[in-house]
Design a protein around this ligand. Structure first.
Ligand code: AHR
Length: 329
């Protein structure tokens, strides 16, 4: 096991996250002398195919690297994640990986980890800027960029829509980084491109198919779908749930209403091949091996970037069929 780091130091106070700063008063030794780590991982939950693939990627990578991964499924509940982090602190793990379900409310527990000399690495989602000094680094998606990619396609696709583009938005979990940033990036581009648009409705479907479908059903029952041009769903599950609701209402998804989803699961691409949606912004969950490298660097005291984005693409209808066999989740 690597020596504990960061005791008594404002871990994130450096723009380049300085991973380990000596010390180690706060924690006991554990793990092996072979460089293996004891890692506490507080995952968001199991709300989507993306999330399951992300958990698998991290679990498999930890195993392959010979590290002991203590995995807790937070069930989309911040209190459960906070309890898990406190438990990891009590166990004096070498490093804590947190995928925060929402952006706010982490200051106290992150401070506790720092006081204990245990570095915290964020995986996938981020926390509010005020807490930036309390974690070492984040590895995950640039959610605002994902939103911009979706916005760029929408602005090009509807540029000639003189009547104005009427948009429904299915947001992810309220207060989460991907919901906040995918929304911001999307509308930033529409505004910058001068698209004439109206947000007819924007609600959270909590990143699940059930809630995405329920929100769409309620909207259709109340307003109908006539005159709605575009559905922007912040993930595959909500988009696929909404597609079901649209079909049950006798409309043709992908034709009567154009649809953008974010993630790029096999099910999402299959819906694209079936003509039920129009654009996919990829969110890549398979960063387990990269995360292990980051954790090893952090515990070894190497300098790491404050944020490392994972690589992600975009796909339109001309690409769905060719890309489908390449999907890993
Ligand atoms: O934080 C990443 C997002 O969380 C994915 O887009 C979504 O599917 C998951 O629930």
């Amino acid at each position: 096991m690597f020596k504990k780091a960061l005791a008594g130091i404002g871990a994130g106070a450096l723009l380049l996250g300085m991973a380990a700063c000596g010390g180690g008063d706060g924690g006991s030794e554990g793990g092996g002398d072979d460089g293996s780590l004891v890692i506490g991982f507080a995952q968001v939950g199991a709300e989507s195919a993306w999330r399951t693939a992300n958990s698998t990627s991290i679990q498999e990578a930890a195993k392959a690297a010979g590290h002991d991964l203590k995995f807790v499924d937070g069930q989309q509940d911040q209190e459960k994640q906070i309890a898990a982090v406190r438990d990891f602190i009590n166990q004096q793990v070498d490093v804590i990986v947190l995928a925060p379900v929402v952006e706010t409310g982490w200051t106290d527990v992150l401070q506790e980890a720092e006081d204990a000399g245990i570095p915290v690495v964020l995986a996938d989602r981020g926390v509010e800027a005020a807490d930036e000094a309390l974690y070492v680094t984040r590895l995950g998606s640039d959610f605002a960029e994902e939103g911009r990619k979706a916005g760029t396609w929408a602005a090009e696709t509807f540029a000639a829509d003189a009547d104005g583009t009427r948009i429904l938005e299915l947001q992810g979990t309220t207060g989460s980084a991907p919901a906040n940033d995918r929304k911001a990036g999307f509308f930033e581009v529409l505004d910058a491109e001068g698209l004439n648009y109206e947000i007819v409705d924007s609600q959270s479907g909590n990143f699940t198919a059930e809630e995405g479908k329920a929100v769409m059903e309620t909207f259709i029952t109340t307003h109908g779908l006539d005159g709605i041009d575009l559905l922007y769903a912040h993930n595959d599950e909500m988009g696929l749930g909404a597609i079901q609701a649209i079909e049950e209402a006798g409309k043709v998804p992908g034709t009567d209403i154009q649809i953008i989803i974010v993630d790029g699961s096999t099910a999402g691409f299959q819906a694209g091949v079936d003509g039920k949606l129009n654009y996919i912004v990829e969110c890549n969950p398979a960063f387990g091996p990269q995360l292990m490298d980051v954790l090893e660097s952090v515990v070894a005291g190497d300098e790491v970037e404050k944020f490392t984005p994972v690589e992600e693409g975009v796909f339109d209808a001309t690409q769905f069929e060719a890309e489908l066999p390449n999907r890993q989740f």
